[in-house]
Design a protein around this ligand. Structure first.
Ligand code: THU
Length: 160
């Protein structure tokens, strides 16, 4: 037996003012998207914005349902909308933000496992890494260059 370590490289910025112009713009769209969130149960409003290789930006937000599992996260709403409208265009980046009706969200929101698996598929489909930019409502911003930095040992088509 040997012990191994998984080491991941990612960037942490103090706030959005430290970001490059493109990332800062995408984050603004994500914040806008939180305003369309339908979250009457969790009161946790998540916004996502996807930038495509052709420059188009697509927004998404979480949409909940009284039958809880029927709802969908902001990230998948945005990614599925992007792929439905532009099936041949790679996704360059996704920004994710959140605000809660209960408390200030000042830590970056990390995408859930299901959304990460969808990001894997989008990267594989287009053979293009996705930049993932995460913030809360305010505060630090985490930036991951490609889903592999956020999710080790990913499940891939080659296992099938
Ligand atoms: N949610 C997202 O939209 N994205 C995430 O990455 C985590 C969670 C939503 C799902 C649900 O509507 C609410 O946040 C609380 O879990």
């Amino acid at each position: 037996m040997k012990k191994q370590q998984f080491i991941s490289d990612y960037a942490v910025y103090d706030d959005e003012n430290e970001l490059n112009a493109q990332d800062a713009e995408l984050l603004r769209y994500a914040h806008e998207a939180t305003l369309n969130s339908y979250a009457p149960y969790s009161k946790f409003h998540v916004g996502a914005a996807v930038r495509l290789a052709n420059g188009v930006i697509i927004k998404g937000n979480n949409i909940e349902n009284a039958a809880y599992p029927s709802g969908l996260c902001a990230e998948r709403t945005a990614l599925f909308a992007a792929q439905a409208q532009y099936p041949d265009v790679p996704v360059e980046a996704i920004a994710i933000t959140a605000q809660s009706e209960h408390h200030e969200v000042c830590e970056p929101v990390a995408p859930c496992g299901a959304c990460r698996q969808v990001m894997v598929e989008v990267e594989q489909r287009h053979q293009h890494p996705m930049r993932i930019i995460c913030q809360g409502n305010t505060g630090p911003v985490m930036v991951f260059d490609g889903i592999e930095t956020l999710m080790p040992f990913i499940f891939l088509e080659k296992f099938l």
